[in-house]
Design a protein around this ligand. Structure first.
Ligand SMILES: [Zn+2]
Length: 318
């Protein structure tokens, strides 16, 4: 049991920092008005650069507020996004690395980068062991996952929405790392970043059925939606004749749980998986939510790379 004084110090600290980005296993880097989330275990690796962006700061303007939008969007000027990306990389001391994004398509396509891609590659995960590349995925509700193999010096960045999760994108990224770099899943460190939580991510029952058809334990990732208008629990008062059942209700999906389960199934150790409990939809003060902001919002970026340069810029073949 914490002592009273410890308790009050903690609550004071919480009040002082306002809305903390970091919690257990996470740390926050604040600079130039930006607030970047980092994983303590990854920050300790000397050759690694990583970070997960948040909403505040930046030069983009959204509803009268300055935001760090890192994805090209109709409502934002291209030069704003480029300036935001420069600032993000500068706060991470990653100016010399080449940012390698993807044209994300909610697929299970994993790109292997041996050099900076000359054209934008379609896919939802990328992996490399080349120094000087900063792998990036963009999200605004979907789950960003960063992977680091400390033994073989290899990294991966993964974008997992419900479609990517259903197609096991993170397991496929790990498979690619095993094949290309000899990665052993038991050595991998994984960070599941802020995304829409099981508190807010409403999906149709057909999505739940698809998951149940693919994963034997899928039921534990779903929760029934409580609207407050639930029928009277007294069965005999709301029994309906056959053929007059109410339409199926939506359910809540916890994508973070589903991806954590895939990481465990792939052979990662539970203590090597760090999961953010920040929900993009609940915390629009700190993050972007495509759903809650009706599509007009920014993009968060999660990046990971190996320090150094020495990468030739020959055209990407894969
Ligand atoms: Zn939420």
């Amino acid at each position: 049991m914490p002592t009273n004084s410890a308790k009050s110090t903690r609550s004071l600290r919480r009040k002082k920092s306002g809305c903390a980005l970091a919690s257990k296993d996470w740390t926050e880097r604040k600079a130039r008005g930006l607030r970047i989330l980092q994983v303590c275990a990854l920050a300790k690796i000397p050759w690694l650069i990583h970070g997960l962006s948040s909403r505040p700061g930046g030069v983009s303007e959204l509803g009268g507020e300055k935001v760090l939008n890192l994805g090209f969007a109709e409502w934002d000027a291209r030069e704003n996004v480029l300036e935001n990306r420069r600032r993000f990389q500068s706060v991470l001391h990653a100016e010399s690395l080449t940012l390698c994004g993807l044209s994300q398509i909610h697929s299970d396509v994993v790109q292997l980068f041996n050099a900076p891609p000359s054209v934008s590659c379609r896919g939802d995960a990328s992996t490399t062991n080349c120094p000087g590349l900063l792998l990036a995925v963009q999200t605004a509700d979907c789950v960003p996952i960063l992977l680091a193999d400390p033994k073989n010096r290899a990294v991966a960045a993964v974008h997992a929405g419900w479609r990517g999760t259903l197609q096991r994108i993170v397991a496929k990224a790990i498979g690619k790392m095993q094949m290309q770099f000899g990665t052993k899943p038991a050595h991998l460190l994984a960070a599941i970043g802020p995304s829409i939580g099981g508190c807010c991510y409403e999906v149709g029952t057909e999505v739940a059925s698809e998951f149940r058809s693919q994963f034997p334990n899928a039921s534990v990732w779903f929760d029934e939606l409580r609207t407050g208008d639930e029928p009277n629990p007294l069965q005999w008062l709301n029994m309906k004749p056959p053929g007059h059942q109410p339409p199926p209700q939506n359910v809540l999906l916890d994508l973070r749980k589903a991806n954590r389960a895939q990481l465990l199934d792939a052979g990662l150790r539970a203590q090597n998986i760090v999961v953010s409990d920040l929900c993009t939809a609940c915390r629009r003060d700190l993050l972007f939510s495509h759903r809650k902001e009706a599509g007009t919002t920014g993009r968060l970026m999660s990046v990971i790379g190996i320090k150094g340069s020495g990468v030739s810029s020959s055209p990407q073949k894969s």
